[in-house]
Write a protein that binds this ligand. Structure first.
Ligand code: 13P
Length: 264
């Protein structure tokens, strides 16, 4: 059974003060959500402040990007080892904003994915189609191409330890969530692909998150899909109550008998 992972991508938001306060609020309430893994990904510069708050608890922290080289003259970049040194367990790679706003390629994402694993960080590798690609009936082909190129060169064991996030670009920050069935179709395709490219065991183990306008009021339906193993949450992860209401939906599905905070 795959344990749901509810991850917050804070993007380029927060101040030192609000980052620590948000982490504190999530951490204080986290004991009710033991059936899911909780992860927050603040901006680099607040990682240590968030780590100081979360240290010793169950909420994990990670980063939103990294560079593949281990060190040297790469001005402005951050290595996997530096993230590990800050206590990060995960790193989001190939987010659509990095692909489409900052021009990151599948090849660059692949180098980062391999480097993250080498350093012992779990990569959360994002894939997702543009609206024009969906409308042209290319969703499956785009996802397969991004998967094959971004995740090339992994052993079956490392594949199993990788987290994939399906984030349709048209659903990110737009309030237009994918219909649960639409998302499930892509998730099931991805799992089939992992089984073909690697093996059934790896396919069974890999956690595939959905991201794109996940909110307290749509999380339960999305997370109820058999191949959706958690959520990568943007906007709603900036409010502890909303983030934890999404976690509650995952907690219920994981079969944990806890009081469920009100979802709106
Ligand atoms: P929103 O939840 O704000 O749509 O963002 C999704 C996302 O990009 C998470 O990585």
């Amino acid at each position: 059974m795959r344990k749901p992972l509810i991850a917050g991508n804070w993007k380029m938001n927060a101040t030192g003060e609000t980052a620590a306060a948000l982490a504190r609020s999530i951490s204080d309430q986290s004991p009710a959500y033991g059936a899911v893994d909780l992860l927050v990904c603040p901006p680099f510069c607040y990682l240590q402040a968030v780590a100081a708050v979360l240290e010793g608890g169950t909420v994990l922290w990670g980063a939103q990007n990294m560079y593949h080289e281990p060190g040297g003259a790469f001005t402005g970049e951050i290595s996997a080892a530096m993230l590990k040194d800050c206590g990060a367990t995960h790193v989001i790679l190939g987010h659509s904003e990095r692909r489409h706003v900052l021009g990151e390629t599948d090849e660059a994402i692949n180098k980062k994915t391999l480097a993250a694993h080498q350093a012992g960080l779990i990569p959360i590798v994002c894939v997702g189609e543009l609206l024009s690609e969906r409308e042209a009936g290319q969703t499956g082909a785009v996802i397969r191409r991004q998967f094959d190129r971004s995740l090339a060169g992994l052993s079956a064991e490392l594949m199993a330890a990788t987290v994939i996030a399906y984030e349709p670009v048209w659903a990110i920050g737009t309030g237009k969530v994918a219909a649960p069935q639409q998302a499930e179709e892509v998730h099931a395709d991805l799992r089939r692909l992992i089984s073909e490219r690697y093996n059934a065991g790896a396919a069974d183990q890999v956690r595939i998150l959905y991201g794109g306008s996940v909110k307290p009021d749509n999380a339960a339906e999305l997370l109820a899909q058999p191949n959706i193993d958690g959520a990568l949450v943007g906007g709603a992860s900036l409010k502890a109550d909303d983030f934890l209401a999404i976690a509650a939906a995952g907690t219920l599905l994981a079969g944990d008998d806890v009081d469920r905070p009100q979802t709106r």
